[in-house]
Ligand binder design. Structure first.
Ligand SMILES: [Fe+2]
Length: 221
């Protein structure tokens, strides 16, 4: 139903310094999400969609993203459009490598799938004790078949524990993603999730939490 994993090769062993620096820079250059209206905290994000048909990956041009109001109490019911992920800093080869390994862990190496890759930074405002909310919608499903949330980096963050629940809202596991490449993979039809609020460890500085979220949906299912 869910599994915590640590993809250690997202760190120094697996990624060149240039790639790590480029990906880190791209998080800082993400656009602010106007749909995230919380005093003292911001969400910055980009998204790119891909298809995998007969084993071949293809980038899709569509930049729209929709979740129903029933699924997303905070931003559901509206069509949102995000800028694409900067592929010069976050190359497709990196994303496909990550996706292929997730695909094996989910047991979905066969069949045709759509993959939405979200690159998201939640940050608090410098000098505040503002609460950073990674999941302002509370305990929720995302409305996909499978999802994976992978930590890229957390800086000056206290809190932000990942929680997994069954469909009756019983807490199944809580674990804090601390290191690059740590993530949780889950069947989004069988369980729910949330991330607890976070705060700046040092209140005189910003707190940032950078993640990649991958949504998997079977095509023509
Ligand atoms: Fe979610």
């Amino acid at each position: 139903m869910f599994q915590f994993q640590h993809f250690k090769d997202l760190g120094e062993e697996g990624l060149s310094l240039g790639l790590r620096e480029g990906i880190g820079r791209s998080f800082a250059e993400l656009n602010k999400d106007p749909c995230y209206q919380l005093g003292g905290a911001q969400r910055l994000r980009a998204m790119t969609k891909f298809s995998r048909v007969d084993g071949a990956w293809k980038r899709l041009e569509d930049q729209s993203f929709y979740q129903s109001a029933g699924i997303n109490r905070y931003n559901g019911g509206v069509q949102r459009t995000f800028n694409p992920i900067d592929e010069t800093c976050v190359p497709e080869s990196f994303l496909f490598s990550l996706a292929q390994r997730q695909s094996r862990l989910f047991g979905i190496e066969e069949g045709d799938w759509q993959l939405n890759v979200h690159q998201i930074r939640i940050q608090t405002t410098c000098g505040s004790e503002a609460e950073g909310l990674s999941t302002p919608e509370g305990i929720h499903r995302d409305g996909h078949d499978f999802i994976a949330m992978m930590l890229w980096k957390r800086t000056n963050v206290r809190g932000a524990a990942s929680r997994i629940y069954d469909l009756d809202l019983n807490l199944l596991e809580e674990r804090t993603l601390e290191h690059r490449g740590e993530g949780v993979l889950l069947n989004d039809r069988q369980c729910m999730h949330a991330v607890t609020p976070f705060y700046p460890e040092d209140p005189s500085d910003v707190a940032t939490r950078d993640v990649f979220i991958l949504d998997w949906n079977q095509r023509n299912a």
